[in-house]
Design a protein around this ligand. Structure first.
Ligand code: ADP
Length: 153
């Protein structure tokens, strides 16, 4: 069984994330969307809200499981019998950042990171930009899935 873990903050879930998840679905038997909870980051959305965004969006997709985890991503992968980490790449900056993490994870565990490049027209979307636009009352709806749009802030 080919199991991938897609780790992220999903603060909030965007159409950039769903693009990567949807395109990875045919490649794996199961994809675990895993919200990491060990960072000292300040989030805009609570863990419950972020879980809800993922669970609601993928409620009819039997291959998808939504979980939270703490500690090293590779340790979490092993606990789930997952041999793959899924990540998205938007640009060269993402590549440089992800390269170091992917290489370190492979050295530590033999777990391969599978990268998908964002679909044309979606590389500008990031949770950071969505949060900034939301804070300033701008229209962010074109960057997020339905469940995030209906979230009142
Ligand atoms: P993290 O805090 O771990 O970076 P994010 O929720 O910001 O978590 O991102 C999770 C993953 O989704 C990362 O691999 C990121 O590169 C990818 N991603 C986010 N936005 C996009 C996008 N617009 N296109 C492709 N991949 C994306």
């Amino acid at each position: 069984m080919r199991i991938a873990v897609f780790p992220g903050s999903f603060d909030p879930l965007t159409l950039g994330h769903t693009d990567i998840i949807d395109r990875a679905l045919p490649l794996f038997d199961k994809i675990i969307l895993a919200i990491g909870t060990n960072s000292s980051k300040k989030y805009m959305f609570s863990l419950e809200e972020r879980l809800h965004f993922l669970k609601e969006t993928y409620k009819d997709e039997s291959k998808i499981l939504v979980e939270t985890y703490s500690g090293l991503t590779v340790d979490y992968c092993k606990s789930k019998d997952s041999e793959f980490i899924l990540r998205g790449l938007r640009n060269g900056q993402d590549l440089e950042f992800e390269k170091a993490i992917g290489q370190t994870n492979y050295k530590m565990s033999g777990i391969e990171t599978i990268f998908l490049i964002s679909s044309s027209g979606l590389a500008h979307i990031s949770s950071t930009v969505v949060r900034d636009v939301m804070r300033h009352g701008g229209s962010y709806e074109f960057m997020v899935p339905k469940v995030v749009k209906t979230q009142s802030n």
